[in-house]
Design a protein around this ligand. Sequence first.
Ligand SMILES: Nc1nc2c(c(=O)[nH]1)N(C=O)[C@@H](CNc1ccc(C(=O)N[C@@H](CCC(=O)O)C(=O)O)cc1)CN2
Ligand SMILES: Nc1ncnc2c1ncn2[C@@H]1O[C@H](COP(=O)(O)OP(=O)(O)OP(=O)(O)O)[C@@H](O)[C@H]1O
Length: 194
Amino acid sequence: MSDMQTAKAAARKAAADRRAAAHAEHGPHPGSATEALRHWIAAGPRPRAIAAYLPMRTEIDPRPALIDAAAAGVPLAMPVVVERGHPLIFRAWTPDTPLVPGAFGAHVPASGALVEPDLLVVPLLAFDRRGYRLGYGGGFYDRTIAALAARHPLRTVGLAYAAQECDAVPVEATDMPLDAVITEKGVVFSADSV
Ligand SMILES: Nc1nc2c(c(=O)[nH]1)N(C=O)[C@@H](CNc1ccc(C(=O)N[C@@H](CCC(=O)O)C(=O)O)cc1)CN2
Ligand SMILES: Nc1ncnc2c1ncn2[C@@H]1O[C@H](COP(=O)(O)OP(=O)(O)OP(=O)(O)O)[C@@H](O)[C@H]1O
């Protein structure tokens, strides 16, 4: 393992433990995080489509924060892994969409049209106040953010427990910073651009 991989692995392990403790304390639907994300979405420009995630392990469930957008007719989507080393794709999703277990442990919509989102709600293990994040190590979100942002304007918001914050996440050239990070304490990071 490179020094970078070793540093990321250690940061992931520590953050996973802190996230599990926060999940046990606050549950999967911390109301203040849901409210902050709902307001953040409502306060910005109307998205063409929002992609969030179907929670796995001890991630916060983003779905309750999407209710207003869904009611306003904004298309929603969830991620699907196509292949290791490739960007994610997104399938249309509503609360009634049947789900099946996906290749990497998360559920995915069983079927559905492909969606090109311009707002991404991003899961993570660790974040810092520059907007950098660590996920499970697939590089899926880095590749996906780079690919989407190359095609059109994109906004990205991380959703996490406050306990997942780090001073400085180990960063390499391909890491894509988020535009904002929301926790049960509110909007804890916001780039100048959003
Ligand atoms: N809810 C949710 N859905 C998601 C993601 C996510 O982070 N959260 N993803 C975000 O990418 C994608 C799935 N990616 C994943 C990538 C790796 C592992 C995983 O279990 N990794 C192993 C380490 C494996 C290795 O290093 O080879 C692990 O964490 O133990 C899980 C999901 C798409 N869907
Ligand atoms: N755009 C890219 N092009 C090529 N390699 C990339 C790209 N993005 C990430 N990678 C590589 O993928 C590997 C995993 O990346 P990283 O450790 O940042 O994953 P992660 O952010 O924790 O995972 P995820 O984004 O799936 O949640 C690293 O070796 C990284 O260099």
